[in-house]
Design a protein around this ligand. Structure first.
Ligand SMILES: *Cc1c(COP(=O)(O)O)cnc(C)c1O
Length: 481
């Protein structure tokens, strides 16, 4: 047996590269990153490919190792190149992410140290750091010191945590569901509907409240619906509002909804995955007034703070409520439960072991300071207004409501022929061209183009380029339309 152990050890030790091997691999990885970053302002925002990355199947796992050059080459060809380039400032579709460099440094160290981020006993510093970042966000939102929160993988899980906390805090039981009412608008993000379903709440009555002409929840319609449901012996319990809808960047009347919910013992959950970090923007923060009157808020650092994907946040006004829905005690965790100077993330989330997310958030905020984040968010707001005003002037284009945050909607109206088809062709042209990437949506049956400005690499020249690319696309399509 000793021989066998020795033999296995020899092979297992290949999992630990030598200093020289580490230097070699790290050199190759940083060389790739540097090459990527040195070209990032020229690289396309979108690349169509014939095989859509299917060449990766030619690199199956084997018992024997592959060298780092081969690995990086195949990654580049089949993974990096095809599809959207979310690191490009030309990414103006959906809601752009970021990929700020300083986060990668935090991630590198987080992975090397592999500190445990779920439980205070195991990583008191990691938990304090995370809770400190959450406290900063709670302050931004205007929540009191008794609030709590968690860093999550993104807005979807954050919405789930907020809604589940609300369900339990309101004391809803399965037998109540079919008489209990949830209020949303047609423009709520689909992850809200998904969360409602996963939380087992699909049997609730789900009312879609009408919107005003800027796609914000019509408050008086909400008030009327809640009153009439109460008279109908139903139980209104949850309003999910949007602090920045995905389609149009619209913000529901958060303060009024908060007051209505308090007065009626309802839960107000705010989906600010896209928009809530505009609280850092002096130009835009008034749009979010009243957000602090809510019970829970979602905000995504991988959107509004330009972080790489995989970083969301959820905040709950009353920490007891968040804890009551998510804590658990297990015998094998007994050592961890004696020492609770800070709430543990594992008691505030379905997750136990997680990526140590705080470092990727803390590094950029500390290394850059808050000032450039605030400036970038202000810049995004103004760039969107600039675009909106410019494209409105271009012959044939019509625009949607004036942008509240950093999404502008618009479409081309051809002199003859089907406008929806024409705009679908514009999207196709822009994607084939690839210098910038925009996406489309259907609003009231109209094929609508949208520009979402949220990348830290998007500047005025990107917006000017987008207007040029749109004009060129129209000329090209018109010739054959
Ligand atoms: C992006 C987004 C979500 C989902 O967030 P993920 O981080 O992608 O899971 C939810 N709501 C809104 C308004 C969003 O923009």
């Amino acid at each position: 047996m000793i021989d066998e152990i020795t033999n296995l050890e020899q092979i297992a030790r290949q999992l630990e590269p030598s200093a020289e091997e580490r230097e070699n691999m790290l050199g190759k990885v940083t060389a790739y990153a540097e090459d990527f970053l040195s070209k990032i302002y020229e690289l396309p925002a979108y690349r169509k490919s014939d095989d859509n990355g299917s060449g990766i199947y030619d690199f199956p796992l084997k018992d024997e190792p592959v060298d780092i050059e081969t690995l990086i080459d195949s990654m580049k060809e089949h993974v990096d190149l095809p599809g959207i380039n979310p690191a490009s400032g030309g990414h103006l579709g959906y809601i752009p992410g970021g990929g700020i460099f300083h986060s990668a440094l935090g991630d590198y160290l987080a992975d090397i140290m592999n500190k445990y981020a779920g439980v205070f006993f195991a990583g008191p510093g990691t938990v304090r750091l995370q809770n400190m970042l959450i406290r900063w966000m709670n302050d931004l939102v205007g929540y009191p010191g008794s609030a709590a929160g968690n860093l999550t993988s993104g807005g979807s899980i954050s919405n789930l945590i907020g809604i589940v906390t609300g369900r339990d805090a309101i004391g809803l039981k399965a037998k109540d569901y079919e008489n209990s009412v949830i209020y949303v608008t047609e423009q709520a993000h689909h992850s809200v509907n998904k969360s409602v379903r996963i939380a087992g709440l699909n049997e609730c009555i789900i009312r879609k409240i009408p919107m005003d002409d800027a796609f914000r929840m019509d408050f008086s319609a909400l008030e009327t619906a809640v009153e009439s449901d109460k008279h109908g012996r139903l139980r209104p319990w949850l309003v999910v509002s949007s602090a920045g809808t995905t389609d149009t960047g619209s913000v529901d009347p958060l303060g009024a909804i908060g007051d209505l919910c308090s007065a009626n013992e309802m839960w107000h959950h705010v989906d600010g995955a896209y928009g809530a970090f505009f609280l850092l923007s002096d130009i835009a923060k008034d749009k979010l007034a009243g957000i602090g009157k809510s019970d829970s808020v979602v905000m995504d650092p991988h959107k509004g703070l330009f972080l790489p994907y995989g970083t969301g946040a959820v905040l709950v006004h009353d920490k007891e409520k968040m804890y009551n829905s998510h804590y658990y005690f297990a015998n094998y965790m007994q050592d961890a439960n004696n020492d609770q100077q800070e709430l543990s993330p594992a008691d505030l989330s379905p997750e136990l072991s997680t990526h140590f997310r705080s470092l990727r958030l803390w590094f950029p905020l500390m290394l850059c300071g808050l000032k450039p984040f605030k400036a970038a968010l202000d810049e995004k707001i103004l760039l969107t207004r600039y675009f909106h005003e410019k494209i409105r002037e271009v012959d044939g284009f019509e625009v949607g409501p004036y942008p509240e945050l950093s999404v502008s909607t618009f479409r081309y109206v051809p002199e003859r022929g089907d406008a929806n088809e024409f705009n679908a062709r514009i999207i196709e042209e822009i994607h084939n061209d690839g210098r910038v990437f925009i996406s489309s949506t259907m609003i009231d049956g109209k094929f609508t183009l949208r520009l979402a400005v949220l990348h830290f690499r998007t500047h005025k020249d990107t917006v000017d380029l987008t207007i040029e690319a749109l004009k060129e696309a129209v000329v090209k399509i018109k010739a054959a339309f």
